[in-house]
Design a protein around this ligand. Sequence first.
Ligand code: 5GP
Ligand code: MN
Length: 341
Amino acid sequence: MIDLSKYTKELSKLFFSSENILIICHINPDGDSVGAQLALYHYFKANDKNVSLMAPNNIQEFLKWMDGAGQINVFIKDRKKSRTLIDRADLIVMLDFNQANRLGEAEDSVMASKAKKLIIDHHLDPEDFADLIISDPSKCSTSELVHELICEINGAIFMNKPYAEALYVGIITDTGNFEHGSYSSRTFRIVAELLDSGIDKEKIINLIYNNFSSDRLRLQGFALNQRMVVITELKTAYIYLSKDDLKGYNQMKGDTEGFVNMPLSIKGINFSALFIEKDNFIKLSFRSKGQFPSNEFASIYFSGGGHLNASGGEYTDTLDNTIAYFLKVLKENVWRFEDNV
Ligand code: 5GP
Ligand code: MN
């Protein structure tokens, strides 16, 4: 845990001397990235700051109900407007990522901007591509970190309804509804504040977890039944889905979210991988139990990164070749499972 009070002065100055603030989430934004982004947005709005929002690509369907989500400019959908926002900004805040390539196609424009750049994040080993990096891997979510920083600057708890809803989404999605990740007693104290503020937790849970199409549920069944491979001796299970598989179930963005967690419920399985075939590459997600460093595995072999137990990356080859490569490098790393749960 880091002492956040050391950033109070610098952050206040950065926030309150900037005229045009742009807040950016990471590519394929998850609930934490968008939650942290919208929470910060509502804080700035409450302080009458001029603030805009950008995402490198589309946000997932199940996050679109969030207050402020409609204000997020999607770079690949409107490059002209997004570039204007980037060029106009004097402060760019990047949330929930620590590698410049997580800006996707917006990377060059953002990096070329003269704006001051701030990163707030909870992933390990940040790359140095900003003026100020506030990184605390002990936080369960960037949303939790954003809230603590805002309270430091505010000198008291800051709260309003859309802000509390955004934080709640960030915290529940990054912890799988308090199932995994580095949540702490502090997380529950924050959650208590959020509940006290009057958010409707049932409504939010239903919008996040019980808001899918029947096709999505059938895709989940198909993935488990037809596309999951369990390799007991490697303590590993993986699921692969081709473009045709996804098309057959009318897949929407976000439909495969959470699939990678499912094989970890099998006794003796400590590592899980999900392979999703995209147009020109394979997107991978990894989850592990115990000490297997899924983030190192992702970064060494799949140009990715993430947390110890949750990470992702990509590989440019066919689905079959990617799986073959995965199995090869996994066998080279199987020693890491020793002394594992
Ligand atoms: P998910 O599997 O839910 O997409 O991602 C899990 C974690 O891995 C998240 O913390 C996310 O930021 C990280 N992650 C996923 N894909 C990538 C990637 O391609 N590169 C990096 N650096 N991190 C990733
Ligand atoms: Mn996060």
